[in-house]
Write a protein that binds this ligand. Structure first.
Ligand code: FE
Length: 200
């Protein structure tokens, strides 16, 4: 099926008071994400991947160990990543973390704060463009990972519970070069923990 750009699950200005401006979402969703959709559709047309599910395309075109991934992979994976990223954030102050997620994080990392510290360190430590993730691994263990460019947990058979886009286009308007401040704000104010818990 052709890729389509989903609407944001909230208004463009819904996260502005939480540290992600209307301008960032206009550029990030309306232009950057749309470019992955449009370029992906052009590259997939007429190939064996036409008509396949987005997940199948991402898994099928990932080349383990390759320095450069194919154009189809890059655009399909970034389309998937952004589809999930929008849903992993939400409006409203004081978003509560469901008890099951709090317990799972405490069991795996020692405390919720230790998880947040590990996640922020992964995002800050990703050299260049990429993503920080909380994943459920194949054995059921929760782990913090980081990936380059569009590579995502699907590539490794993992379930993505939370992802944070650390490409400069995600934070430069609001935080300029301060990626750690963007990550801290993401974890403290932007994450929709109900959505994260629903992926457990
Ligand atoms: Fe992005």
């Amino acid at each position: 099926m052709a890729f389509t750009l989903p609407d944001l699950p909230y208004a463009h200005d819904a996260l502005a008071s939480l540290g992600m401006s209307k301008e960032t979402l206009e550029y990030h969703h309306d232009l950057h994400h749309k470019a992955y959709v449009d370029n992906g559709n052009k590259l997939v047309a007429g190939t064996e991947w036409e008509g396949k599910s987005l997940e199948d395309i991402v898994r099928g075109t990932y080349q383990a160990g390759a320095v450069a991934q194919s154009g189809i992979f890059n655009n399909a994976s970034q389309h998937w990543n952004h589809n999930e990223f929008w849903k992993m954030m939400g409006p409203g102050e004081n978003k509560k973390m469901p008890g099951a997620l709090e317990k799972a994080l405490t069991d795996s990392f020692g405390s919720v704060q230790k998880f947040k510290d590990d996640f922020a360190a992964a995002g800050a430590g990703q050299f260049g463009s990429g993503w920080a993730w909380l994943v459920k691994d194949k054995d059921g263990a929760l782990k913090v990972t980081k990936t380059e460019n569009g590579v995502n947990p699907l590539c490794f058979g993992q379930t993505a519970l939370l992802g944070c886009d650390v490409w400069e286009h995600s934070y430069y308007i609001d935080f300029r070069n301060k990626r750690p401040a963007y990550l801290a704000n993401f974890l403290d104010k932007l994450v929709n923990w109900e959505n994260v818990a629903s992926r457990l």
